[in-house]
Design a protein around this ligand. Structure first.
Ligand SMILES: [Zn+2]
Length: 127
């Protein structure tokens, strides 16, 4: 309750930072997710209605965009990617990429929800 942001001020950086840490963007204390990607209906700490923010495909799109541009594309500049047999490089690359995506996706979803919170983008506006 003490860290709850006043309704008038919703700094973008603060919302994203709290979301990246899996915390309620409104207070920074309550858990944002009840499971891997499932958002709590409301914050246990401040009671903020978290179900009003719908991330939809945004976090998945952003994750693919980041992984594709920061990992996959640069990987092709390393000669071993072309020299090692595909029977080794493909499963190894896919394992690493899967692990990175699974680690990034909930963090990016949290940050995305923080972005929605800061800009007051609720599901009522999207209908
Ligand atoms: Zn909260």
């Amino acid at each position: 309750m003490s860290n709850a942001t006043p309704n008038s001020a919703r700094p973008l950086g603060l919302g994203i930072k709290r979301g990246l840490k899996h915390r309620c963007p409104n207070c920074g204390e309550g858990e944002l997710f009840s499971s891997y990607l499932k958002v709590q209906p409301e914050c246990a700490a401040c009671g903020h209605d978290l179900s009003q923010y719908r991330a939809d495909d945004g976090p998945a799109y952003l994750t693919i965009l980041l992984v594709g541009h920061l990992l996959i594309a640069p990987a092709f500049f390393f000669p071993f990617m072309w020299e090692v047999t595909p029977w080794i490089i493909v499963p190894a690359s896919l394992s690493i990429l899967t692990a990175v995506v699974l680690l990034l996706l909930p963090r990016i979803k949290g940050g995305f929800l923080g972005l929605l919170w800061a800009n007051r983008v609720t599901k009522d506006q999207l209908a």
